[in-house]
Design a protein around this ligand. Structure first.
Ligand SMILES: Cc1cc2nc3c(=O)[nH]c(=O)nc-3n(C[C@H](O)[C@H](O)[C@H](O)COP(=O)(O)OP(=O)(O)OC[C@H]3O[C@@H](n4cnc5c(N)ncnc54)[C@H](O)[C@@H]3O)c2cc1C
Length: 533
């Protein structure tokens, strides 16, 4: 293991965004990938549906652009959408060159072609997938390519705490990122990393909510760190709730992919009646926000704790072949999707906003880039089109790496101050940490969820402010642990989501406020941008 902590490039996160960027800058210098658990653990690893990209003759860039703009409800940046859509196929081809295996099917006369999936909001079949474990296959391909690059060192179980900036160190001039403080979870020591440039690829923030499809790593650390460092954060009110997470007391955040509806799955209430035709002409394949709200209202109407997703009319061998992961996981919980409908509920899934960046990943702080779910480029607008996020991460990681390596970079900063740690460790305080974790997630679920009101948002703001005051009180005295660091981050991200939601006085895409149920012309094409006060 490389003990030095000075690198040309530091990458925070080992999902699709971080790994893609690391591979692209690797020929230009030494790269550190810092990741808080094991190297594959990321939202990427759990992606099921696939990557949206135009690869078939029946499809066109124009249609993909149109579908993305439509889902984004008037808030996408069209030039960003167009570039990402048009550069997608080349990036997907690079993944294939690295050894990524997408599912194929017979196209007749012994030929094979990509098995393109269909998902909600897409007017064509355009989702490249590896059965229903696309993300796992992406991580496998990228990590094996990274392993073959001696200039890349991966620091597993290393938790990025805070960015080191010129502003924080009291230097004059424009703010510049110089490095990052990182907790080595094994030794409990905080190391100081320095680099010419730093990439935030820390993913999303599903864990801010009580119910989520995201794994435990998704605590919005990158957004919280960038906000504390003074970067602008945009459109954080737009949290996508996936309509269909498996409902079972023992199933922790297991997603039932949209592709199940794409292949004919139908939503039904618990008494077996279809209800989506009341809400949208596309019925079960309506955009995610419409489906999530329809399920929410159906559950409120019936008092049931879930609805049903029925695909039993499809042949069992097809379902077992197409959805092996979903089939086997459901079986573990005693549900046979070939014979009975799957109980499902909505859950927090994707953060459409993030650190405000250009399409090349530049933030407002020099030397700090952000890519992937942690960033807000303007692709998703007010609602992400399914499977556009892996695409965005691939394209923007490539663009960021290309731009950074084509420009002269500053020297690696020297003599950055060491972290000053608190010393107290009081077992009584641990209960405060776990209690506050639960409280934040419940407040966000109950008051800042799929359907919002001003009153609930204000109530949430007051609660989160109290919790934050409590967290700050003991943060500086105690030895930092990853639980405490994540708690501080989810509290910050919760505050940002609530403030953004209160600022947007309309309903648009994923942000639905009963006090302003319609979109407003005044807010069209206007991002919600927050900076640290
Ligand atoms: C269940 C599920 C299914 C999905 N299906 C699809 C799909 O089919 N198609 C699609 O396009 N999108 C899908 N998504 C969304 C997509 O997977 C993510 O948006 C995308 O993978 C994000 O990639 P990323 O590299 O930005 O972040 P991630 O893959 O989440 O990686 C973040 C990395 O940062 C690390 N990290 C975070 N904080 C810190 C810290 N403080 N210090 C050090 N390391 C840190 C994490 O450990 C992780 O390695 C799905 C998401 C989920 C949860």
């Amino acid at each position: 293991m490389d003990q030095r902590t000075e690198f040309d490039f530091i990458v925070l996160g080992s999902g699709v965004a971080g790994l893609t960027f690391a591979l692209k800058v690797a020929p230009h210098g030494r790269v550190a990938i810092i990741t808080k658990k094991n190297r594959a653990e990321s939202n990427t690893n759990y992606a099921q549906g696939g990557i949206a990209a135009v690869t078939s003759k029946e499809d066109s860039f124009e249609l993909h652009v149109r579908d993305t703009l439509e889902a984004g409800a008037g808030l996408c940046k069209e030039d960003v959408v167009r570039t990402i859509v048009e550069e997608g196929p080349a990036r997907v081809a690079e993944l294939v060159d690295l050894g990524m295996r997408f599912s194929e099917r017979e196209s007749g006369q012994g030929q094979r072609e990509l098995d393109l999936g269909r998902e909600g909001g897409h007017s064509k079949r355009r989702i490249l997938h590896a059965k229903d474990v696309t993300g796992r296959e992406i991580e496998r391909a990228l990590l094996s390519a990274v392993a073959a690059r001696p200039s890349i060192t991966i620091f597993e179980n290393h938790f990025a705490i805070d960015l080191i900036t010129t502003e924080k160190l009291g230097f004059g001039g424009p703010n510049r990122c110089l490095g990052v403080y990182v907790l080595d979870k094994r030794t409990q020591r905080v190391k100081t990393f320095a680099a010419r440039t730093i990439l935030l690829a820390t993913g999303g923030c599903g864990k801010v909510y009580l119910y989520t499809t995201n794994p435990d790593i998704a605590t919005g650390d990158g957004v919280a760190m960038a906000y504390r460092a003074g970067a602008a954060v945009a459109n954080m009110e737009f949290i996508q709730f996936h309509p269909t997470c498996l409902y079972h007391p023992k199933a922790k955040s297991f997603l039932i992919s949209e592709a199940v509806r794409g292949e004919g799955g139908v939503l039904k209430s618990i008494d077996g009646a279809e209800f989506m035709e009341k809400h949208h002409p596309l019925k079960s394949l309506a955009p995610r926000d419409v489906v999530a709200r329809a399920i929410d209202s159906e559950m409120k109407r019936s008092g049931a704790e879930h609805v049903l997703l029925d695909i039993t009319h499809k042949p069992a061998p097809f379902l077992i072949e197409r959805f092996p992961n979903i089939y086997n996981t459901c079986r573990q919980f005693g549900i046979d999707m070939t014979k009975e409908p799957i109980p499902v509920v909505p859950a927090a899934h994707y953060q459409c906003g993030g650190v405000l960046t250009t399409i090349d990943g530049e933030t407002e702080i020099a030397g700090l880039h952000a890519v992937g779910e942690a960033a807000c480029t303007g692709l998703h607008g007010a609602n992400r089109l399914a499977s556009n996020s892996l695409l965005e991460a691939l394209v923007c990681a490539h663009r960021a790496a290309t731009k950074i390596t084509s420009e002269p970079l500053p020297e690696i900063p020297q003599g950055l101050p060491a972290w000053r740690s608190g010393h107290a460790s009081n077992a009584d305080e641990l209960v405060v940490v776990s209690h506050n974790w639960d409280e934040i997630r419940r407040v966000m679920w109950d008051y800042v969820g799929i359907v919002r009101t001003n009153k609930r948002l204000q109530r949430a703001r007051a609660r989160i402010a109290n919790l934050q005051a409590e967290i700050v009180e003991y943060y500086w005295d105690f030895i930092v642990t990853s639980d405490l660091l994540e708690l501080r981050n989810i509290a910050t991200v919760a505050e940002i989501i609530i403030s953004s939601a209160l600022e947007r006085k309309e309903s648009r895409g994923l942000h639905y406020n009963l006090d302003y149920p319609e979109p407003s012309a005044e807010w069209a094409q206007r991002d919600t941008i927050l900076r640290r006060p």
